[in-house]
Write a protein of this length. Structure first.
Length: 276
């Protein structure tokens, strides 16, 4: 279900991870097939809300920025980074945008201090040439080992194809980071990530990245296929009152340290912007 509306949720929120702030949603919801783990499927199901009051959304960010003091940080040394797609994949959903994606991006590019960032699992659909922009908008390409992607996000763009798109997007003027999330710990996960890093290094070279470990929810686990539940079962050992499931913290910290050690065999570990 796709519904157009004027959103009343116009709060720009502080953030310390993907960006300096999270903009109000232009689109809330997604039509991707990562239903087995994605938090949007957890809370929103198949509903998609297209918020048409784009001026209000953008002005919320502009007003927030007036009181924000930017300092060099892991988000960006100069610009205040705005995550414009925290609750959707705007590359996949761009045909449903209330205004063309290029037009929406240009709003931020015309602002002297703001820049945009968004994550996608569909970089092949991103064909916008932004070389004429004043600054490079950032796109974060989501990757996981193909063996996990086949089960957890079926019928989506293949991992190899996503990696192949990284250099193409750079040629189009984009700043490209890699989003290794969700980070999946399962049988042979070390070998799977070694193979993934090797492939990335050979095709796309070294890029800044972010890493977020898999979380889940008891209701999603109930609806997931047996194959998906098998992969995700290790993330279900800790459950809070709302039903959200996570890796046990001591176990997770050890695994993250092992992940960073493997990563360091291929890339400078300082290129990991954040990991949790």
């Amino acid at each position: 279900m796709i519904k157009k509306q004027k959103t009343k949720t116009l709060d720009t929120k502080d953030n310390d991870n993907s960006a300096n702030c999270i903009a109000p949603n232009v689109i809330y919801g997604c039509l991707g097939s990562c239903k087995s783990y994605c938090y949007m499927a957890r809370y929103n199901g198949d509903r998609v809300f297209v918020n048409t009051n784009v001026d209000d959304i953008f002005n919320s960010v502009v007003e927030w920025e007036k009181t924000y003091v930017k300092e060099p940080d892991q988000q960006d040394p100069v610009y205040t980074m705005v995550d414009i797609a925290c609750n959707s994949d705007l590359v996949l959903m761009q045909k449903h945008m209330p205004e063309p994606l290029m037009t929406y991006l240009k709003r931020y590019d015309d602002h002297p201090r703001l820049n945009t960032t968004m994550a996608t699992k569909y970089p092949s659909l991103l064909t916008l040439d932004v070389n004429h922009f004043n600054k490079k908008p950032r796109v974060r390409v989501s990757l996981m080992p193909q063996v996990y992607s086949n089960t957890l996000e079926p019928n989506m763009q293949t991992i190899t194809s996503r990696i192949d798109d990284i250099n193409r997007l750079k040629d189009l003027g984009w700043e490209v980071h890699i989003n290794y999330s969700p980070l999946v710990f399962h049988t042979n996960w070390k070998e799977e990530y070694e193979n993934l890093f090797d492939q990335v290094k050979k095709i796309a070279g070294e890029n800044k990245c972010e890493v977020i470990a898999l979380t889940n929810h008891e209701k999603q686990m109930e609806k997931a296929t047996p194959e998906a539940r098998e992969i995700m079962k290790y993330s279900c050992e800790v459950k809070n009152k709302s039903g959200v499931m996570r890796y046990p913290i001591k176990h997770k910290n050890r695994l993250i340290a092992e992940f960073k050690q493997i990563y360091s065999q291929f890339f400078n570990v300082e290129t990991i912007r954040y990991i949790f």
